[in-house]
Design a protein around this ligand. Structure first.
Ligand code: SF4
Length: 193
């Protein structure tokens, strides 16, 4: 089993799919490496590719702002990463073979962080984590229990810039994540009494 640093080094040298050709930096993920909550998006954009950090552009800042309002922050409460660790050119959706090539890294990250809650941000994450046929508009805010994880999905924050009406739903979904998180923490505290 890798450590998170070893995994990040492995990702930095990866050439398993064509996305390595245009990247400036790989974007493995960041946050609390033993967080209860893991957010998973699609792939890095231009800002993320430049900095080697996930969700640092406009969409990431919006997500952080919403999560901070719920008293959630990267250093303490969650880990955040993407299905693909390299930027697809022009921010296109990753192709199936690219996502499949990269998924073993994500599986290792989940195994290392051991989150209780996994939140899929957007359709690509939903597709590879919950169900290939599912639509984000129908399953968002719903909980799935698999292999000991509570898994849910909401819109990718970038989608909120294209459609303002999604903001309220996104906020409702994040509040449900916080409620589930509080439930888990309180259960763990009672167990340890
Ligand atoms: Fe490797 Fe993933 Fe980058 Fe493809 S996207 S080159 S599989 S790290």
């Amino acid at each position: 089993m890798f450590t998170m640093d070893e995994l990040s080094r492995e990702i930095a040298g990866c050439t398993k799919c064509r996305l390595h050709l245009n990247r400036t930096n790989t974007v493995p993920g960041e946050g609390n490496p033993s967080a209860r909550v893991m957010f998973i998006g699609e792939a890095p954009g231009a800002d993320e590719d430049k900095q080697g950090r996930p969700f640092v552009g406009k969409a990431g800042q919006l997500l952080d702002k919403a999560l901070n309002a719920l008293d959630f922050n990267r250093e303490k409460n969650f880990y955040i990463c993407n299905i693909c660790k390299c930027r697809p050119e022009n921010n296109r959706t990753p192709a199936d073979d690219e996502a499949e090539a990269c998924l073993p890294f994500l599986r290792n990250q989940v195994a290392l962080v051991k989150p209780k809650i996994i939140v899929c941000l957007g359709a690509t994450s939903l597709k590879y984590i919950i169900d290939k046929q599912a639509r984000i508009t129908s399953v968002r805010g719903t909980w799935f229990e698999r292999k000991g994880y509570y898994i849910t999905a909401t819109f990718h924050p970038a989608a909120l810039f294209r459609d303002e009406s999604k903001k309220r739903l996104f906020w409702e979904d994040l509040k449900k994540v916080k409620e589930k998180y509080d439930e888990i923490i309180s259960f763990e505290q009672k167990k340890n009494l």
